[in-house]
Structures are given as structure tokens and as C-alpha cells.
Design a protein around this ligand. Structure first.
Ligand SMILES: C[S@@+](CC[C@H](N)C(=O)[O-])C[C@H]1O[C@@H](n2cnc3c(N)ncnc32)[C@H](O)[C@@H]1O
Length: 278
């Protein structure tokens, strides 16, 4: 019976330290058993078919082993759209929506802007901008083979007009030039801090996160290499770690960017740094 199954699984997950066990179970039930939270509450005596229950139990076991819920669901929402995700790609974070908002704001008065999303991962940044600005030409650059597969899938589903380029953004500008904006959420966690991350985050690929010794390698490398690919008055917009605003602002200023400013996320942490090329 659904009521008993739900109570047992919730207990198992809560005891394993999963804080929002009820919420996660409802998402799994909705996606894999077609049972909404309302139906669970209204019809708690419903029987779960054996194959469905076995599938759910298997997913919960993977969850208890530390696999992120989003990988089990195979999708996660970003800026109101569903992005496919799975092993090998970073799950889009709500904080990254701040970068997208800033990009849309500075690009508002630029007709048919040309944009690059560097270190694109799932493609959530570039694809969202392309959806919100259908007149934009958006290129997404990603090095990891595995991540590029997810990015391609999301481009095909959401914004087929985007171009995906597989390249190392620290060594190549992939033939892109005359950009109105370079957007990037690069790996920015200092290597020494990676081992302290939550179990779920550790299940995401490290190449997605490792920003080298001080976490600033990508900001230095991208700014130095890509500034000449931005048009005069064009923008460089970065997502940053909560304690990196000062250093990333300095990097942009040292490379001649003006109007350098920091934007906070809804939790009150510094989250985005942007600057305009002269
Ligand atoms: C922090 S994740 C951001 C992913 C995505 N933009 C987002 O906001 O969810 C960083 C991404 O950079 C990619 N990456 C790491 N080193 C790279 C490099 N040298 N060139 C291009 N992409 C790289 C990783 O594979 C990963 O997908």
C-alpha cells in the first residue's frame, strides 16, 4: 500500500541524512509512478504495482548511495525550462539564473547579439539566453565529451539554432570573434575545498568544479584570452564563488574592463561579476 511504502522509504532516507526526503519521494512518485502529491494524500490506500515499486526501490537505493536526485529524474528545471541531466554533467543551479538575468539586461538594447557561453556544461546559460532572445547568435563551448552529449541533447530540445563547439576555453577561442558578450560559469572551487563538498556534489564530475589552487585559474585565463574576441562596449559576465568578487573584479579591471560590478544572489551572496570592454 502506498501509505506504508511512503512512510518506510521516507524513514530510510531521513535516517540516511536526506533532509527533504518527502519532497524527493513525491518527485520520484510523480515521474515514475504517475502519482502526484495530491493523489498520494487523497488516495493513500492505492496499491503500487510490483514493477513500479521495484523500480522506485532501485532508484531510492541509488539515492541512498549518494547519487543526486536530479540524475535519477534525468531532468532539472532552470529558468522555467526542463534541462536533461545525468552522470557527467553539472546540474543547473538556481544561483546561475542571476547570470542569465544580468546577460539579458545588458543585451536588452543590442539587436541580434552575438554571444559565447564558455564552459557550457548542460548548456543552461547559453540555451536560456537563446530562448529568451531568439534573435541572438549563441555559441556554447565545452571541453568534456560527456558534458557535451548532454549539452547537444538540450540544444536539440530547446534551442536548435545554437552552435556547440568542443574546445578548451583556456587555449582556444574556437574561431569566435566580434562577441557582444562572453558568459561563463567556469569551474571555480579551489582544489583543496573539493573534498569538503556534500556527498551529492561529489558525485558530479570534478572537471566541472575544480578551479585550481585558488579557484581563479579560469577567470585569469578566459579574461586574458577572450577579451580580444569581444567587441568594444561588449560584456564579460562571470558567475563567481561567494568570496571571489574582489579578485575577479580586479582581474577584469587589470584587463581594461570598465563599469565592473558585482551582483548578489537571492541568498545575499556575491554571485556575478561583470564588466564592459572600452
Ligand atoms: C561549473 S561547470 C558549469 C556548467 C554550466 N555552465 C552551468 O552553469 O551549469 C563548468 C564546466 O566547464 C567545463 N570545463 C572545464 N574545463 C574546461 C575547459 N578547459 N574548456 C572548456 N570547458 C571546460 C566542465 O566540463 C563543466 O561542464
Amino acid at each position: 500500500m502506498l501509505r506504508n511504502w511512503y512512510a518506510q522509504q521516507k524513514k530510510r532516507m531521513t535516517e540516511a541524512g536526506i533532509e527533504s526526503a518527502g519532497f524527493e519521494l513525491d518527485l520520484l512518485l510523480a515521474q515514475f509512478a504517475d502519482i502526484s502529491r495530491e493523489r498520494r494524500l487523497l488516495c493513500p490506500d492505492t496499491d503500487l504495482d510490483d514493477p513500479v515499486r521495484q523500480r522506485l526501490d532501485g532508484l531510492i537505493t541509488r539515492r541512498l548511495q549518494g547519487e543526486p536526485l536530479q540524475y535519477l529524474l534525468g531532468q532539472w528545471e532552470f529558468f522555467g525550462r526542463s534541462f536533461s541531466v545525468g552522470p557527467g554533467v553539472l546540474i543547473p543551479r538556481a544561483d546561475t539564473e542571476i547570470l542569465v538575468e544580468q546577460a539579458l539586461s545588458v543585451l536588452e538594447k543590442i539587436p541580434s547579439p552575438k554571444i559565447a557561453d564558455l564552459c557550457a556544461g548542460s548548456g543552461c546559460i547559453g540555451i536560456t539566453v537563446a530562448c529568451e532572445r531568439p534573435d541572438a547568435a549563441v555559441s556554447l563551448v565545452e571541453l568534456s565529451e560527456q558534458a557535451a552529449v548532454w549539452c547537444r541533447k538540450n540544444i536539440d530540445a530547446l534551442a536548435p539554432q545554437c552552435c556547440l563547439l568542443q574546445a578548451d576555453v583556456l587555449n582556444s577561442t574556437a574561431g569566435l570573434e566580434d562577441l557582444d558578450a562572453v558568459l561563463s560559469n567556469p569551474p571555480y572551487i579551489p582544489t583543496k575545498d573539493l573534498s569538503g563538498l556534500q556527498k551529492e556534489v561529489q558525485n558530479e564530475p570534478f572537471m566541472e568544479l575544480d578551479g585550481d589552487t585558488d579557484g581563479l585559474r579560469f577567470y585569469r585565463g578566459i579574461t586574458g584570452l577572450w577579451k580580444n574576441r569581444i567587441r568594444p562596449s561588449g560584456w564579460m559576465i562571470y558567475e563567481i564563488g561567494f568570496d571571489q568578487a574582489e579578485e575577479v573584479s580586479r582581474i577584469l579591471a587589470e584587463h581594461g574592463f570598465k563599469k565592473v560590478r558585482t551582483i548578489k544572489d537571492y541568498g545575499g551572496n556575491d554571485r556575478v561579476v561583470l564588466g564592459q570592454k572600452q
